[in-house]
Design a protein around this ligand. Structure first.
Ligand SMILES: NC(=O)c1ccc[n+]([C@@H]2O[C@H](COP(=O)([O-])OP(=O)(O)OC[C@H]3O[C@@H](n4cnc5c(N)ncnc54)[C@H](O)[C@@H]3O)[C@@H](O)[C@H]2O)c1
Length: 436
């Protein structure tokens, strides 16, 4: 089915490197291993289960995305990563409590063989956890050590290509500063042990220097600094971020475009969550929650465009809270109260109670981001991959571009990018378009 285009084939093994091997990373790895054995289905993964319409609707040509574009196969994936805790992936799965033993026992041997490398960590950026599996030295030496890890992993595992997906904890809120301005200032900052450089940025630096695409699953600043925008262009590396779009924000970006399409007003949107896993413990620190809050709050403004529709959305009161509640573990519960108004201003309410499983929703996004980042790289697409906004709560965009949060527009953009890569016409759903 794959056409002859300029996209290089996905020959050989793909190494997926994960800084942060906790609940999301271990659930992702277990799911891929289990799917490979035919013991479960990769549900929630667009690359594995999604189709794409090619040509006119009447042609009924809907190939699977994985047959349409040349993607790495699940069988060709090698896993690696870093964590401050030395537990192997079987131990992490057991402790995280996301998956049942009936699902992890059959893959125990493979999970046990995947052990985190020593991490680059700073208590300044994450205060609520401490672990022993850490690198020592100056920041520059740590960056060099990460680069060495990347090269050694590639060689030892005989990988043709690598990608990195940040699955580490949310770091304390920070803004770009002088040290982030250019590659030179960043490298000088590494040598001077600058406190303005977050650990996630050291991983990103190492990845970019080694020509490895980087996707940022946390709301951390990480990639969104001038130094890395330049470095990714210079090295021809694909990057994307931030913050996996799961749970409450996923629901928001599904519901809000629908309300807006019907020109229904929204007076308020109150969102609260309880969460009891390690992610929840980290987010219990106000500095780390601020990073998450910033990432969650932007969504509604971008979708509702209050400046364009002041009568409907100008006074929208948006509030988001996350409360750490250990008994729930990874089983998050979210409540949304949405105060809407309709014809002649009459008020109505919508209540959403989402009993979700965080890592179950995030795991397929790790897979898709890894496979699509690798695809971008082979298609010669470097810098910020805006077509991957579909996967993020706070998508990074190139300077001057406007962020798109509407999941339906994001999905259309993603699929049209795949069509373009393969030399097919975009689908625009208009009669004027002969392909529609
Ligand atoms: N699960 C979701 O739905 C979801 C959605 C959006 C974003 N995220 C983000 O994904 C990330 C992972 O979530 P999780 O539930 O797996 O959390 P987790 O706490 O289970 O795992 C994170 C792991 O990162 C490790 N870590 C922290 N700093 C590190 C460093 N500098 N180097 C290496 N390892 C480091 C921690 O030790 C921990 O094991 C979090 O940032 C979370 O906010 C998750």
């Amino acid at each position: 089915m794959t056409k002859n285009t300029n996209v290089k084939p996905a020959d050989g093994k793909l190494g997926i490197l994960l800084p942060g091997m906790g609940a999301v990373a271990s659930t992702f790895i277990a799911g891929v291993l289990s799917a490979r054995k035919g013991k479960s289905r990769p549900i929630g993964s667009l690359t594995q289960m999604g189709t794409i319409r090619i040509g006119q609707r009447s042609e009924e040509n809907f190939p699977l995305i994985k047959d349409y574009v040349p993607l790495a196969k699940l069988e060709d994936i090698q896993f690696g990563g870093w964590d401050i805790f030395p537990d192997n992936m079987f131990e992490v799965c057991t402790k995280a409590g996301v998956l049942e033993s009936r699902d992890i026992d059959p893959i125990k041997e493979e999970l046990s063989s995947i052990k985190p490398m020593k991490a680059v960590f700073s208590e300044k950026y994450i205060r609520n956890i401490q672990g022993p599996n850490m690198k020592t030295g100056t920041l520059w030496e740590k960056a060099e050590a990460l680069r060495e890890d990347i090269r050694t992993f590639k060689k030892t595992n005989n990988c043709a290509r690598l990608v990195m997906v940040w699955c580490g904890s949310t770091e304390a809120y920070c803004k770009p500063s002088a040290v982030h301005a250019s590659v030179q200032t960043f490298e000088a900052g590494l040598k001077a042990d600058s406190e303005e450089i977050a650990p996630s940025q050291i991983y990103a630096y190492a990845a970019l220097m080694e020509g490895v695409p980087f996707a940022n699953g946390a709301p951390n600043l990480t990639l969104d600094i001038p130094a890395f925008l330049k470095l990714s262009a210079e090295k021809g590396v694909a990057i994307s971020g931030r913050d996996f779009k799961t749970g409450q924000t996923l629901m928001k970006t599904i519901l809000a475009p629908g309300l807006k399409s019907r020109m229904l007003g929204v007076a308020g949107w109150y969102s609260t969550n309880i969460l009891g896993n390690r992610d929840g413990a980290v987010l219990d620190d106000p500095a780390n929650f601020k990073t998450k809050e910033e990432s969650k709050l932007g969504v509604l403004d971008a979708i509702f465009q209050p400046k364009v529709y002041p009568e409907l959305y100008e006074n929208l009161y948006h509030k988001v809270t996350i409360n750490y509640y250990p008994p729930r573990g990874d089983a998050k519960e979210g409540w949304d109260n949405i105060d809407i108004f309709g014809w002649m201003g009459y008020p109505m309410q919508i209540k959403v109670n989402f009993l979700c499983r965080d890592s179950i929703l995030a795991a397929p996004l790790v897979l898709d981001l890894a496979l699509f980042s690798d695809l971008s790289q082979r298609a010669g697409m470097s810098g910020i991959q805006e077509w991957l906004s579909f996967y993020y709560k706070a998508p990074s965009v190139s300077e001057g571009n406007v962020v798109e949060h509407d999941i339906f527009i994001q999905s259309m953009k993603l699929k049209n990018t795949l069509r373009k890569m393969m030399g097919d016409a975009p689908v625009t759903h208009t009669d004027e378009n002969p392909e529609a």
